[in-house]
Design a protein around this ligand. Structure first.
Ligand code: GDP
Length: 423
């Protein structure tokens, strides 16, 4: 059985929290794209953990976690993340963590290139997380990246580095006037952070195919939401990979398999980190109150997130491109304080009402058409059954279900594992 957990919005929907919960009934959890630009926050009985590269199933010790070939892995960051989790009492070994030999390595020069470019752009910047993600995905498609499997073959690694470093320095030194990298310093870096990972590197495609043949349950975990997908998102303010369900099997190493159940994680309101069009955005005191209530500060970067009301146009589009079978609605409890709840029901583009998510300049100039729904104005944090929810909260959920055209099966009313309602 192949399930995917994907984001419907701009990311930060609480995917980590949902994977941590739903991983209970799974055998294997696979991350299929992105790198350490992600920040999934998971709170459970062992404490609070922020995961950047590791799949969110890593906190359940009886599950196998896979870093898929679609990912870009900063091995230095990964070693640090593993060490931190071990300090927190989580055991990680080749038995519960497998890294695809085909995942590419995000190197120090990629991080440097990202920073140099963001600095060059100054106030025209795109809001990169400065983790080297765009440069390494570009390297991958230029066929000038090191793959995790290369770490197992030192002579081959050296010869690949000789080619790549020479090429990369043309940009680092030639375009930006920064210090060149040497093959030796990179070999040292690979020795320090690659060696400890050696036993974890396998052909995860065969591993997953065999597991599925044996009837194991595999869950694919996305990083970032539909609106950050490189093809279908708010380009160029997207991430550099495909975040959507359809890419899941490719990025996991099982392109011959079909996702049987796609669970879309959708937030009860909107948030967006960084630059780019965000039609439903709220400003001033109204925004600040919601941001504080929701703790909307980036898990990976600490940046304050932009906030807004639930966006029907963007979320319905998100459900469509994610091909969702069911929805997990998160952070409903954050709206508890509101007398009236703003909802962006459509866009106004050049004076015309628009219900389909536009792209490019039409999206840039879109204005929100806002309607207010009645709030419930009491705490939902302790509700555990659908009937426990105040009537107006149920009405809000049913309104959203109808608006996006997909069944809401899970309703999250807190960050803790058990703060969930299954409808
Ligand atoms: P992800 O990247 O999609 O996993 O999302 P983030 O980790 O960036 O943001 C989600 C944040 O909201 C985390 O701090 C979670 O602990 C928290 N969270 C998730 N679901 C809920 C919820 O239903 N209610 C509340 N209050 N917090 C939640």
């Amino acid at each position: 059985m192949l399930t995917s957990i994907v984001g419907i919005n701009w990311g930060d929907e609480g995917k980590g929290r949902m994977v941590d919960l739903l991983a209970e009934s799974q055998d294997i959890i696979v991350r299929y794209q992105g790198g350490n630009n992600a920040g999934h926050t998971v709170i459970n009985d062992k404490g609070k953990f922020v995961l950047n590269i590791l799949p969110s199933g890593i906190l359940r010790e009886d599950k196998v976690n896979v870093i898929g070939n679609g990912m870009v892995v900063n091995i230095e960051h990964l070693c640090g993340e593993v060490a931190k989790l071990r300090e927190g009492g989580i055991s990680i070994s080749p038995a519960n963590l497998k890294i695809s030999d085909k995942a590419v390595v995000c190197c120090p020069f990629d991080v440097m290139q990202d920073c140099l470019e963001e600095d060059r752009l100054a106030d025209r910047k795109f809001g990169s997380t400065r983790r080297g993600i765009a440069p390494i995905y570009a390297d991958k498609y230029m066929k000038k990246a090191i793959r995790m499997g290369d770490i197992l073959h030192p002579d081959y690694l050296r010869s690949r580095l000789e080619t790549i470093v020479e090429w990369k320095n043309l940009t680092i030194v030639g375009s930006y006037g920064a210090k060149p990298y040497t093959v030796e310093e990179l070999l040292d870096w690979f020795k320090k952070f690659g060696e400890p990972l050696k036993d974890y590197i396998v052909d995860t495609g065969y591993y997953l195919n065999h597991a599925l043949d044996e009837g194991k349950k595999v869950m694919l975990e996305a990083q970032l939401g539909a609106l950050r997908d490189i093809d279908f998102g708010i380009y160029p303010y997207t991430t550099s990979s495909n975040t959507i369900t359809a890419y899941g099997p490719v990025g996991a190493g099982i392109p011959n398999r079909k996702v049987e159940n796609a669970i879309g994680v959708m937030k009860a309101y909107s948030t967006c980190v960084g630059e780019g069009p965000f039609t439903a955005e709220m400003f001033g005191v109204e925004a600040e109150t919601l941001r504080k209530a929701g703790g909307e500060y980036g898990a990976a970067t600490g940046r304050p997130r932009r906030v807004g009301g639930f966006d029907v146009v963007a979320s319905r589009y998100g459900c469509m491109v994610q091909a969702t079978d069911e929805i997990a609605l998160t952070k409903l409890d954050i709206l508890d304080f509101m007398e009236e709840i703003p909802v962006c029901v459509a866009y106004d583009v050049n004076g015309e009402r628009v219900d389909e998510f536009p792209s490019g300049e039409a999206l840039n100039i879109a204005k929100p058409i806002i309607e207010y729904l009645p709030g419930w104005n009491c705490s939902t944090a302790n509700c555990r059954k659908y009937e426990d929810l105040p009537e107006r909260a149920r009405e809000y959920i049913e309104y959203i279900e109808k608006a996006v055209g997909c069944n809401i099966k899970y309703i999250s009313v807190g960050a803790e594992r058990d703060a969930i309602i299954i409808k």
